[in-house]
Design a protein around this ligand. Structure first.
Ligand code: SF4
Length: 381
């Protein structure tokens, strides 16, 4: 249902006054058929928070094992023990893989894994310790709340003790995965592990209490409806009011290859942009919204920067989780120069950050149109 002009004017006025939006506002924003108007609202908030900057970092995604006890309906990554393509890295292999990236200006390793049925708990802090010894200058962003909950189960330890040990081994941040959609009606149909909102939020709350900053994600574009997306971000907003420990919100587009939901169509670019815009508008206490280009494609990611996102995930050299869902056609890595070009072409000024969003390097912004137009004349003079 299209919004009336008076409702649009009211929402625009409240956004410009910095008023907090309600559940009903969020649901109405999803129903707005004027995508440009919605983008304009989100862009005004994005610009007020982050100016003309688009952040990126140079990272590598490392998946230690794809063997998983669960079979989530949306997952293209997991394999069962003994299945073709199932793998588990020895600690030395993980270190070797990370060391091969040493000269690429890497500042962060992003580590997520399947819930391996027989790997012992002590494997995980040992991997972190060895990675940190090999690459002391690289931040380790590792494990979803689902994995931490799994570690509780296989170790008999509390999340409190687990986080202490992982932090002692070099953990700098949890990852934001395992969130999917928190609403139980949806969740029970697609999630096959035991970690739901109660444990996900408990573990992030604990991490924040210990001084870790974490991201939060949302897997969208499958069986959920817009109201479930609104509910998802409202839960996160409330938790952020309490802890202040979330740095960034990351919408992740569901991919329909090689999983139990392959019959579903994927979210169209207009739905992607709507999701970024409404998320930016609802999450008034989140400093950043990130677009993960591996899941959205390069052109749509550039557009998302104008619909609320202010961060593009960095030079991903290898990212198995999405690329086992083949056929999407996105490259599996971008260099720093690739990223600079994409960000400038979208109209923003690239800034390289580290895991804590501290600025490492600033770059020049887009070349003004007038200068670009002058180029062909220069060739002939
Ligand atoms: S989403 Fe995670 S927990 Fe679920 S099947 Fe895939 S790897 Fe396992």
């Amino acid at each position: 249902m299209a919004l009336t002009e008076s409702r649009k004017a009211e929402l625009a006025e409240r956004v410009s006054a910095g008023e907090r939006l309600t559940r009903r506002d969020g649901e109405d924003l999803y129903a707005a058929d004027d995508l440009a108007w919605l983008g304009g609202l989100a862009h005004s908030v994005r610009t007020a928070k982050n100016g003309d900057v688009t952040y990126f970092n140079v990272n590598r995604h490392l998946n230690l094992t794809n063997v998983c006890s669960a079979s989530c309906a949306y997952c293209s990554f997991q394999r069962k023990p003994g299945q073709k393509d199932a793998y588990t890295m020895r600690v030395e292999e993980a270190v070797q893989k990370a060391l091969s990236l040493k000269d690429e200006g890497l500042t962060e390793l992003h580590i997520v894994n399947g819930l391996h049925p027989t790997l012992p708990w002590r494997y995980y802090p040992r991997v972190l310790r060895e990675l940190k010894a090999a690459l002391p200058e690289v931040a380790l962003k590792a494990f979803t709340a689902t994995e931490v909950h799994w570690f509780e189960k296989i170790s008999g330890l509390s999340a409190d003790d687990i986080l202490d040990e992982l932090m002692d081994a070099g953990l700098e941040s949890l990852t934001g995965g395992g969130a999917e959609i928190f609403d139980w009606e949806v969740r029970q149909q697609i999630v096959d592990h035991a970690t739901h909102w109660e444990d996900w939020s408990r573990i992030h709350r604990l991490a924040h209490k210990k001084g870790l900053k974490t991201p939060a994600t949302m897997l969208y574009g499958h069986i959920e409806e817009p109201r479930h997306r609104v509910d998802h971000v409202l839960r996160l907003r409330e938790l952020q009011d309490e802890t202040g420990g979330f740095q960034v919100f990351i919408p992740l587009r569901f991919h329909n290859d090689n999983n139990k939901l392959s019959h579903l169509p994927m979210a169209q670019p207009s739905d992607v942009l709507r999701t970024f815009a409404v998320s930016r508008l609802m999450l008034d206490n989140f400093p950043h919204v990130k677009v993960f280009w591996v899941m959205h494609g390069l052109s749509t990611s550039q557009l998302a920067l104008n619909w609320g996102a202010d961060d593009m995930d960095g030079s991903v050299v290898e990212y198995k989780i999405t690329h086992d869902a083949d056929g999407f056609g996105t490259p599996d890595k971008l260099t720093r120069d690739d990223l600079l070009g994409l960000i400038r072409d979208a109209g923003f000024r690239p800034v390289e950050r580290n895991t804590r969003y501290e600025v490492l390097r600033e770059f020049g912004g887009p070349v003004p149109l007038a200068e670009r137009r002058a180029e062909p004349q220069d060739i002939w003079t």
